[in-house]
Unconditional design. Structure first.
Length: 279
């Protein structure tokens, strides 16, 4: 009778994690039978519990493999070649396709929504941190136009998550996202939304440039606001107009009272610092 083949620690770990991943794909996190895992990995109970303690520890180890899933899906080097607009669209499409092809990641998202524990909190938080640089980059682009791109990105990504997790249950808005046609519909929708978003930016920049040219041509701020109409952020322009009028008014007062201020030991600079405005 041949003796049992001895395995290295690395080989045992690999066997356990491979079988765990298979069972998670089949049953989901939190639904794996320890006895089935031990049988499939050919591991005796004393060895299993001595090495791993509990199935929860293995869930955590498996989840850690997907902490940087988004980083592996998004190619940041393409940003400079594609530009912010095309890269935005391509990133959303890549996330959708990447998640469609990653069943373990789908199971992890479902687990995060159904279970509150240290592992699910950590994986959700880390995934959000992995997005932060990209979100802040687009926030810098959209913020001048008063577009809350953070919430828009959150809605788009969470919507993609839901469509993928839901696609095996039923169509959504009569679109079967579990088909190539459904994926194409998602891609077309992304293109449409991205066009709408970046059109807002282009319109804002054009009107801002127009406003600045009007001022250089001697048109008053009030008239410039009227000519530009509702397409330009009226409130911001109104604030700028009121501020500049007040600044001119108080400048006259300060010039008139400057001898008094200097007699009292005050410098106009200490007073005028309150008149700064971030345009």
């Amino acid at each position: 009778m041949a003796g049992r083949v001895r395995r290295t620690n690395a080989e045992i770990d690999n066997a356990v994690m491979t079988e765990l991943e298979k069972l998670v794909i089949q049953n989901g996190f939190d639904n794996v039978l320890v006895t089935e895992l031990m049988d499939n990995a050919r591991l005796e109970p004393p060895v299993f519990y001595r090495r791993y303690g509990s199935i929860d520890n293995l869930y955590d180890r498996l989840a850690q493999r997907y902490d940087f899933w988004i980083n592996h899906t998004i190619d940041m080097s393409e940003l400079s070649d594609l530009g912010p607009k095309q890269f935005f669209a391509k990133t959303l499409k890549a996330l959708y396709k990447g998640l469609c092809n990653n069943v373990v990641m789908q199971k992890l998202l479902l687990w995060e929504m159904s279970a509150d524990n240290e592992t699910t909190r950590r994986t959700a938080q880390i995934r959000d941190l992995m997005n932060i640089n990209l979100v802040e980059y687009y926030d810098m682009i959209f913020k001048p136009a008063h577009i809350n791109i953070r919430s828009i990105i959150a809605i788009l990504i969470s919507g993609a998550y839901y469509l993928i997790l839901h696609k095996e249950r039923a169509p959504f808005c009569k679109i079967n996202f579990d088909t190539p046609e459904g994926e194409e519909a998602f891609s077309e929708a992304v293109d449409t939304l991205v066009e709408m978003l970046f059109d807002r930016i282009e319109t804002y920049n054009e009107k801002r440039e127009c406003y600045e040219r009007m001022l250089k041509d001697g048109i008053s701020k009030k008239k410039a606001c009227q000519y530009l109409g509702g397409g330009y952020p009226r409130i911001r322009l109104l604030k700028m107009f009121i501020f500049n009028e007040m600044q001119e008014y108080y400048s006259c007062i300060f010039r008139f009272l400057s001898p008094v201020f200097e007699t009292l030991g005050y410098k106009l600079g200490r007073v005028s610092m309150f008149m700064s405005y971030d345009k």
